[in-house]
Design a protein around this ligand. Structure first.
Ligand code: ATP
Length: 359
């Protein structure tokens, strides 16, 4: 699938702006971003449920722009599973095939296979009222599978499920994709869902595609402050700082503390002195002893949160606050002074003006 310069406005509001991306055949791609960023609108344009103002959508070499939804050979699974309440599970799954006037035994065979793949063979006679939320979602997925479409489009299909079921269904959808091998686009605002399920993730904000890459690259090399702050839990620490040269050293001055990055500065890029520094909570080391200077500075523990297998500590240095992940048995408590060390090899630097990464 190729999407070129796709744009869509609702009145004067720009919902999607100049979006271009390629989806390789058979890949699972997530559209990820906060509520209202244009994910669903993009998906609906791919499905043909929404027209674009400009840009093109190709499936292979075929331009889809003027092809109606029913001829695009896509199946959608929505957040709100639309199950016909008066029909049995069997008839719900069979419905799209009956619309195609397929022979009865062909329908029976395909319904059986689809039901088996999402493990609902034992409830084919049931009606909606007797189904759990998870079963309803499986019925909706089976109804998509049964058509054997070219492309699957998922719009936040797991949002209504409880946390445990979400995790289980996440694994199931991923397994299903592996066995069907069909191109899939999956809309979600949940970064963990996107990062764990997708081959590639497209991060969107305000209608724009900000970065489109494999999960590891989004995590390790975010292109801008938005992606840096959106991917990863707890989120990356993002602090304003200025680049200063002092006694032959290159320092990042945060106001309340500074970091000596002389040995880590790479060629070029750092001409803009107004920066945002980013480092993940897991890349902050703390101890009780040590001297200020270089890459080490003093801070005070301001909050401690137990995450079960680890602890999230919030540190204060003047007006700045820094989150850090520590072992679960860390005995540090609010009010205690600590010495902080940031792993400079893991430091990200962004221009404060453009918000784009410069290192
Ligand atoms: P969510 O997760 O909340 O669904 P989203 O990223 O999928 O968010 P979209 O549904 O694509 O976002 O909506 C993008 C913006 O366009 C939103 O501000 C929404 O209010 C607006 N919008 C969507 N559809 C219409 C419409 N038919 N008419 C007017 N505005 C719309």
């Amino acid at each position: 699938m190729t999407i070129r310069n796709l744009s869509k406005k609702f009145g004067s509001f720009v919902a999607v702006e100049d979006l271009s991306m390629d989806v390789e055949d058979g890949k699972f791609v997530a559209l990820l971003g906060p509520s209202g960023c244009g994910k669903t609108t993009t998906l609906r344009m791919v499905a043909g449920l929404e027209t674009s103002d400009s840009g093109e959508i190709y499936f292979g070499n075929d331009l889809m722009n003027d092809i109606p939804t029913e001829k695009r050979d896509v199946a959608m699974v929505f957040q709100f599973y639309a199950i016909y309440p008066d029909m049995s599970v069997y008839d719900n799954i069979a419905f799209p095939l009956k619309m195609q006037n397929l022979p009865r035994d062909e329908i029976a065979k395909r319904v059986k296979e689809a039901a088996e793949s999402v493990r609902i063979s034992d409830i084919l006679g049931a009606k909606e009222g007797a189904l759990t939320v998870g079963e309803k979602q499986r019925v909706a997925i089976a109804r998509a599978i049964v058509r054997n479409p070219k492309v699957y489009l998922f719009d936040e299909p797991l949002t209504n499920l409880d946390a445990r079921l979400r995790t289980a269904m996440r694994t199931e959808i991923k397994k299903l994709h592996r066995s069907l091998g069909q191109t899939s686009i999956y809309v979600t605002h949940d970064q963990l869902e996107a990062m764990t399920m997708a081959d590639k993730v497209a991060v969107m904000n305000n209608g724009k595609l900000l970065q489109y890459d494999v999960p590891e690259i989004l995590f390790d090399k975010p292109k801008n402050t938005f992606v840096a702050g959106f991917i990863g839990t707890p989120p990356m620490n993002l602090l304003d700082c200025s680049l200063v040269e002092k006694s032959g050293k290159t320092l990042l001055d945060f106001g309340d503390f500074s970091l000596d990055i002389t040995d880590f500065q790479k060629d070029g890029g750092l001409r803009d002195g107004s920066l945002v520094a980013g480092f993940r909570p897991s890349d902050v080391k703390i101890g009780r002893e040590g001297r200020d200077g270089g890459t080490s500075f003093q801070a005070e523990v301001s909050a401690s949160e137990d995450l079960g297998d680890k602890k999230l500590l919030e540190l204060k240095v003047g007006a700045s606050s820094i989150n850090t992940i520590q072992p679960y048995d860390s005995a540090l408590n609010p009010g205690e002074k600590v010495q902080v060390q940031v792993a400079l090899s893991k430091l990200h630097l962004f221009s404060r003006k453009t918000k784009e990464a410069i290192l």
